[in-house]
Design a protein. Structure first.
Length: 481
């Protein structure tokens, strides 16, 4: 089986029935990483000792006749904003280049407890700040579908690794679209759960009220399997929801006939690439042919989403990143003569340009005299955006939109224009502001063979419906269908 098409079910079944071993799967992936990743740049570091120790444990369990757990033997990789015990965690930044955490992120621990074999840590925009994965302090990630183009960000390494067959599944984080947008650019599946569905314990914080952890996979079913594994209440995260976790995989097979699918006119207007529009409209027609009822809706405050997001997110970043000061851990500037000089030089030398830009924007928005004019007003508009979705979901069961206004753009194309880069998130930030779940799935490609993503949004904690609609579409357009 080719590693680029290997799914979770296939990997687990092959290990369970003895046709291969967890150790063999890991070694095959490491061989592929060695041959392919130099041109992609998805991995920042490998955890071969940890991976092979886990694989060996699983192989011994199979030899004893034991049944493997849900991810038994599956090679996975982790975005480098999630801490991993004994394994360097940098958040894509020089300021943490030598930080080795003493504990695991809850989502990582749950993946490993379910049998996942963790191959290594994945490249990302520094502190998850970016839409192209060009802001990593180490090297940019290249899109496997076209090496001259970006893979999307900030979880570009996570999406590229799955698309290139360098891992079966990965974990990413989404603050303004950073799972869904790279999934769209790389032609894979990216799921952002409801805020609070997955614990954020051990996630290096960007914007605490917006950050989500979620899976990037090859199929919708794989995303459902991973979400079922990592979701649920965590006593270490007070914002994690104490709600039952459905069997998302079983929910996939429920019919979609009769479901009401909302189409918002605000997401199909000016600025949307023509090829993306055609692909999304064709996907909507396909859902209608499956028995879904298409309902036109309006989300009128969408036009304020980008400025609202970049005020709220940068304000929270300004607060969260204050902890990186050279005192407790991470990089410390040398030969500073005073404490204040050490603070200034550490942050100046350790942070990259985009992180500095966002800290400055956030500090300004929170400063005396500007708090009410910017941050408080942004929070009020955020409430209006959330109410738009509440009103829409009183009429529909799910909402479909483009994931991004364009397909993947070229490396360097928007590097000198931060505003143009920020606008790439126009269709994704609203879901983060509202805290609702969303998924991006492939729905076509451009004439240049670049993937196009379809975004499906759902009610709070209704990932089951989002996954069911996505799975129905995926199966309807599959080559074997």
């Amino acid at each position: 089986m080719h590693l680029t098409t290997l799914t979770i079910d296939a990997a687990v079944s092959a290990v369970q029935n003895g046709s291969t071993s967890a150790s063999a799967w890991a070694e095959q992936h490491y061989a592929r990483i060695a041959s392919e990743d130099a041109k992609i740049g998805a991995y920042l570091m490998l955890s071969k000792e940890r991976a092979l120790a886990q694989a060996s444990r699983l192989d011994r369990a199979v030899a004893k006749g034991e049944t493997l757990p849900p991810l038994g033997g599956v090679p996975v990789a982790i975005k480098d904003v999630m801490v991993t015990r004994g394994l360097r965690t940098t958040a894509g930044s020089k300021i943490l280049e030598n930080y080795i955490p003493p504990y695991d992120c809850t989502a990582v621990a749950r993946m490993e407890a379910a049998g996942a074999v963790i191959l290594g840590k994945l490249n990302c925009d520094e502190f998850a700040m970016g839409s192209s994965n060009e802001n990593s302090a180490y090297w940019p990630v290249h899109n496997p579908r076209d090496l001259e183009r970006v893979p999307g960000g900030s979880s570009g390494g996570s999406a590229a690794a799955v698309a290139a067959g360098l891992a079966v599944a990965t974990l990413g984080s989404d603050t303004g679209g950073s799972i869904r947008q790279p999934a769209s650019f790389c032609g894979v599946v990216g799921l952002m759960p409801t805020y609070g569905r997955v614990s954020r314990y051990g996630l290096v914080a960007f914007a605490s009220s917006l950050d989500h952890i979620g899976p990037i996979t090859k199929t919708v079913k794989d995303a459902a399997i991973v979400l079922r594994t990592i979701a649920g209440r965590d006593s270490m995260d007070s914002t994690s929801a104490d709600l039952p976790v459905p069997d998302y995989v079983a929910e996939l097979e429920k019919p979609v006939q009769g479901l009401r699918i909302g189409v918002a006119k605000e997401y199909l207007g000016e600025g949307l690439d023509r090829e993306v529009r055609y692909a999304v409209e064709a996907a909507i027609q396909k859902l209608e042919s499956l028995g879904c009822k298409i309902v036109e809706i309006s989300l009128p405050h969408t036009k304020y989403a980008i400025p609202t997001y970049y005020i709220v997110a940068t304000a929270e970043a300004s607060s969260n990143l204050a902890r990186f000061d050279g005192v407790r851990y991470g990089y410390r500037a040398r030969d500073a003569r005073t404490l204040s000089e050490m603070y200034r030089r550490t942050r100046d030398e350790g942070f990259g340009a985009e992180v500095k830009r966002r800290i400055m924007l956030g500090t300004y928005a929170l400063s005396a005299g500007y708090y009410d004019a910017y941050y408080l007003k942004a929070q009020k508009v955020r409430t209006l955006i959330a109410r738009d979705f509440e009103e829409a979901f009183s009429k529909v069961d799910a909402i479909v939109t483009p994931t991004c206004p364009t397909a993947a753009f070229k490396l360097g194309e928007k590097a000198e224009n931060p505003l143009a880069m920020y606008l790439a998130d126009i269709y994704t930030v609203t879901a983060d502001l509202a805290g609702i779940p969303g998924i991006s799935i492939p729905c076509g490609q451009t004439r240049e063979n670049l993937p196009i993503g379809l975004q499906i949004l759902g009610r709070h904690f209704d990932e089951a419906t989002v996954l069911r609609v996505a799975h129905a579409y995926e199966q309807a357009v599959a080559p074997s269908a």
